[in-house]
Design a binder for this molecule. Sequence first.
Ligand code: MEV
Length: 438
Amino acid sequence: MITPITGFSKLKKEEKIDWLLKTYLQDSENSKKILKQYWNEDDAVQQLHEEFTENTLSNFYLPFGIAPNFLINGKLMAIPMTTEESSVIAAASKAAKFWQTRGGFKVEVLNTTKNGQVHFVFNGDKDKLKNFFNASKESLIDSVSSITKNMRKRGGGVLDIELLDKTKLLEGYYQLHCTFETKDSMGANFINSCLEKFADTLKEEAVSFQGFNTEEKHLEVIMSILSNYVPECLVRVEVSCPVSELYDDNPITNEVFAEKFLTAIKIAEVEPYRAVTHNKGIMNGIDAVVLATGNDFRAVEAGIHAYACKDGSYTSLTHASVENGEFKFWMEIPLALGTVGGLTNLHPLVKVALEILQKPSARELMEIVAVAGLAQNFAAVKSLVTNGIQQGHMKMHLMNILNSQKATPTEKQELIQYFTKHTVTHSTVAEQLERIRN
Ligand code: MEV
């Protein structure tokens, strides 16, 4: 029987591994070997990775690849992508090449405002609360001046604080809705520090506010936290070309392709079952760049999916039109990203990724990430409405299956050739391997 362990976090890494082996891995020497195999040979690099989080035992590799030929606002860029999914980087590269000869990606940051809330409960007089807020607003902003000092020097800081009455949703519920400009940092720590200070100041000011009775003086702060929903931190990306230039290797005519493409987008606009997968494909591109550049992909995912249902039902993030023979394809998404602070200054590969991108500002990174998302969606929908995705996917998947079956280079070569004319499935690959091995 397994008993709970106390003081686990205090154990040394080797002791944690030994406990794990004894408790869950039947003392498997092989598991230990694998855990150690992924340690970096440079102790300093290993320690750096271990300190990103807690109870680290090893490192978990993901491929770090590159999609070249992205023409973005007239500048040719290669985009680093971190993903385990086959075909994603190939699809991005293909879409980049396609649009590179058709004017490239036009992208624009629309705004960069981030936000957070102090959520609190107040059961007193609403008007008195409004008066109190108006009287205290300046003190609230002043109270964070030491936190915002450096950010203000960089042109950022607190933009505004509003008192929002949410009592129609929940009895006694109000919030301070606070907006921020965080320049090149994602700003999570900055925003949360400001919010926690606002909360303290709010409580202190309430106690000394003459207009409140004793109960009102004790308004109750529930929590203070940034929001990952950033609908005022938006970027818009677009590609366009004459329908007559849409052709490359389509098995159908340009006109039929454009029409099918538009219908596919419309389906994703009206049908949430499709929209979720459609947007997942967009996130294949977005997450890969967000991860490679050391940003928080969970925050980005949460914010983008919330934006996809801002009008009441979940819908496509991309849209397309054909007007006067011109095909247009675009997307507008919220993105809170940073190119300074956090992992961006720490992870050696993230530093390389940012160098590949010519050390972008956060605004530029928003543009690049949005481009990767639109490119990925273009490639996916293009495949879906023409050859289907399995043909391309299975080619890449074949390599994964061959590797998992420990195929030798000669076996790989023979089977790659064989599967140009046959359907790849786990069992067909296994069968063919057995055939050539016998
Ligand atoms: C697979 O990871 C992504 C796709 O399913 C996206 C889509 O269906 O649009 C191919």
